[in-house]
Design a protein around this ligand. Sequence first.
Ligand SMILES: [Zn+2]
Length: 310
Amino acid sequence: MFRREVLLGGVGILCAVGIAGRSQADPTSLVTTAIAPGVHVRRGLDEDASAANGDAIANAAFIVGRDAVAVVDPGGCLADGERLRARIREITTLPIRHVVMSHVHPDHIFGAGAFERDKPQFIGHARLPNAMAQRGDYYRATLEAILGKGHAGPLVAPTRLIDARARIDLGDRVLLLTAHGVAHSDCDLSVFDPVSGTLLTGDLLFVGRVPALDGNIKGWQNELALLKTVAARRAVPGHGPVSVSWPGATADLERYLDVVLRETRVAVKRGLDIGTAVATVGQSERGRWKLFDDYHGHNVTQAFKEVEWE
Ligand SMILES: [Zn+2]
């Protein structure tokens, strides 16, 4: 019930699920995979946030250069960020100078507090501050309701905003950042490491887990088309395996967005109400995605609102 209200309320997203229990996440150390030299990724679980998983449900990565480290998504809560930081310190003593927050969703940003002691640049899309102002308190309260009071972590404001493109120099590698148009969310930022040929997409790419639409479905299609022109060999999706082929791994997401948009347009044209559309659109995608029933209806609702005024 809480989930439905939250999602259909238009502000809920990946973390916003009420699950009983207040115990802390498993404190065992965080596991990362080196998917390319200097590029390390922690795989998020294909689950909703819970006390048991500590909101460690999104992929989190760090890139080690000659002079410094850049984190790309710092984890889903303060303890998750602390574990990520501890893992970085097992690998390198180089300074952590950059923490990229790929977008506003809580599973991607609430670990940022663990890195404040490093005094890095906290980097976000130019629209991230506005998104945080609108939703930050709500996200934090929701996460505290799941993890227990005091365990979400602070909402860390970005100190460097990107409105188009930007670079992060790690010494022997320069990361290229792109601020995207409204797509998965209204503040999506991607990171490309040309040295390793790795594209970190944030939630512009979902693999295996059903996509969550919190921005604009046509915008997402457009940004995905642009992103596919990046000459990467592999990508790190926001949710899914730590490394997937690029751009081949976009196929399922593209099909999903195409089906939802096309069938929603038909539903609107036929004069179906939104409830009927939610129950009928995109059902061929059922069984192809984890957590389909948790997010698909919300996605159709979003798409319906988008296309009914076309
Ligand atoms: Zn997201």
